[in-house]
Design a protein around this ligand. Structure first.
Ligand code: NAP
Length: 532
């Protein structure tokens, strides 16, 4: 039932105090609106509150990931490393919340379980698991694309008597892994980040790998005093470059194609790329890497050579080299000491392609060849990506339309932030929104939402809904450009890792240029058709 019409009210209800929720809250408060932010967790930070696992850190450069809405904040906050670890990012987000006096708008431990549009009142009625109810003109879900943990449907998973963790639900109190026999299931970005961080302290570490991935070095380093001074002195130009960049990074595109170089030049170039930071492996690689399979294969051969050079046991090295996809066929992870870790005597790699899991027992994991016993199992098995959190909020729009029904075949969105039939409902950072450094995409979307709300407020408009044609145009763009996506259809970006989820593309294949284009068109027309 919708919350009572009498009772608690706010102009805006925001769900989720992650990086975008805090940004949206900042904008709404600046605009003079009353805001209630509801956060499921016991603290702010979203991804950076929940993911406390050892080794968790950015793989976008710290200063390109943080907020750009305040030059003062940029000057005050010193990132310690090129790719900051989770505790630092959590501290940063708490600092932002306190600096801008946002905490008083935030209610923690508040998991939203229902959000119902009341057409007669022109309001959303939102309720939480613990019975808190609030009505608002606008509802904004900044619930994130990577917030709902995904556990595999492995027989006996619940039978295990030892400790079991999913990295996104890593306990706040320290977990003592010293001297324990630990299994990590999954070698996506999370599994390969956690493993080298714990390999030295555990008695044994067994990695269960289904798909090998093309992991490359993160190449992290402390931010020196000189770099810090450079960052502080160049806020405006760095912001301008980030604002103009396609993926939200500062990396310089190579400006040349693989076909233009000799074999020897290619090897030298790939060596430089291997030694470059994080996502520069994509954004500063050859311009034709994604569209020319020969270029991509050559880069993969180079990486395979690196893996063989690092991992001393040839059989382990071969298992670690992907044979079923080229670079970016799956989301490539960026690692520190991952391949080197396999040279430790206490680390073992189990290929689930060769010996699949039969069941989990009370004491360990049985694969088709044998049972291995463990004290701890870490399920680094990913997320119900993109739409998972929103579809668990009980969202019901106009005419009793359930979001779960409207999206039964996959999300239908406009800019990854609105969906038809759900007036005054926005979800910046949602499915179809991003394809790169998420906060840079999300910031565009947060600003679009607040600008639209401001525009409506200034003209006395109370009901905002995306026109059918505009939603269709965005969906047509997704369908057209998705054809060029390098991602395989079996991964999270198609929802294929989540049982029962419709297979539909969940990223924005047009990148920031398409977001910019569509946003400029909407704003330029005075948001024509958006107001009833
Ligand atoms: P993921 O990329 O979906 O990887 C999940 C892993 O679990 C895959 O190796 C998968 O194998 C395996 N898996 C799933 N079900 C399994 C089963 N039934 N049996 C055996 N293995 C199974 O999830 P993730 O590693 O948590 O990463 C998710 C996203 O989080 C990333 O794409 C990235 O955007 C983000 N992330 C970023 C960072 C960072 O450095 N900033 C760190 C961590 C995560 P298959 O591939 O064969 O399905």
């Amino acid at each position: 039932m919708p919350a009572q019409r009498t009772g608690r009210r706010a102009d805006v209800v925001i769900v989720g105090a992650g990086i975008l929720g805090i940004n949206q809250l900042y904008r709404a408060v600046q605009a003079g609106l009353s805001v209630q932010l509801l956060e499921q967790g016991a603290g702010v930070g979203g991804t950076w509150f929940w993911n406390r696992y050892p080794g968790c850190r950015f793989d976008s450069e710290s200063y390109t990931y943080g907020y750009l809405f305040s030059a003062e904040l940029w000057q005050e906050w010193d990132w310690s490393q090129e790719f900051a670890p989770q505790p630092e990012t959590e501290r940063y987000l708490n600092y932002v919340v306190d600096k801008f006096d946002l905490r008083r708008h935030i209610r923690l431990d508040s998991k939203v379980t229902s959000a119902v549009w009341d057409e007669a009142a022109g309001e959303w009625a939102t309720g939480t698991e613990d019975g808190f109810q609030v009505r608002s003109r606008y509802l904004i879900a900044t619930t994130g694309v990577l917030s709902v943990p995904q556990y595999p449907d492995v027989p006996g998973r619940e039978d295990f008597r030892g400790e079991a963790y999913h990295p996104v639900r890593w306990p706040r109190e320290p977990v003592d892994l010293r001297g324990k026999r630990v299994a990590v299931i999954g070698t996506g970005s999370t599994g390969v980040q956690i493993a080298p961080a714990i390999a030295d302290e555990v008695a044994s570490l067994t990695m269960y790998q289904r798909s090998a991935t093309w992991a490359t070095p993160l190449n992290n380093h402390p931010i020196s005093a000189a770099q810090q001074a450079y960052l502080k002195a160049n806020f405006a130009s760095i912001k301008a470059r980030l604002d103009a960049s396609v993926g939200g990074f500062l990396h310089q595109p190579a400006g040349k194609k693989w076909t233009e170089d000799t074999p020897r030049q290619r090897q030298e170039f790939f060596e430089a790329v291997w030694n470059s930071p994080g996502f520069a492996k994509i954004s500063a690689n050859y311009d034709d890497l994604v569209v020319n399979p020969e270029a991509n294969k050559d880069w993969c051969a180079f990486m395979a050579g690196k893996i063989r050079g690092i991992v001393r046991d040839p059989a382990t090295a071969e298992k670690l080299i992907p044979t079923d996809h080229l670079y970016i066929g799956l989301r490539p992870p960026y690692v520190t000491g991952y391949y080197e870790m396999y040279n430790k005597p206490n680390v073992e790699l189990v290929s689930l392609r060769e010996t699949p899991i039969v069941k989990v027992t009370e004491t360990g994991i049985e694969t088709s060849d044998r049972l291995r016993e463990f004290d701890v199992i870490i399920w680094a098995t990913g997320f119900d990506f993109g739409s998972g959190a929103m579809l668990r909020m009980g969202v019901v729009g106009a005419d009793g339309l359930r979001l779960a029904d409207y999206w039964a075949d996959g999300p239908l969105t406009y800019l990854g932030i609105m969906t038809r039939g759900f007036p005054n409902f926005f979800f910046p950072g949602g499915p179809h929104g991003a394809a790169g450094n998420n906060p840079r995409y999300g910031e565009l979307q947060v600003n679009f939402v607040q600008d639209l709300i401001d525009h409506a407020g200034a003209r006395g408009r109370r009901r905002i809904e995306v026109p059918k044609a505009d939603e269709q145009a965005w969906m047509d763009m997704i369908a057209q450009l998705e054809a060029y996506s390098p991602f395989q259809k079996r991964g999270q970006y198609y929802g294929a890792n989540t049982p029962g989820k419709p297979k539909a593309y969940l990223l924005n294949p047009g990148g920031r240029p398409k977001l910019d284009e569509f946003m400029a068109k909407a704003a330029g027309s005075g948001y024509e058709g958006f107001f009833a």
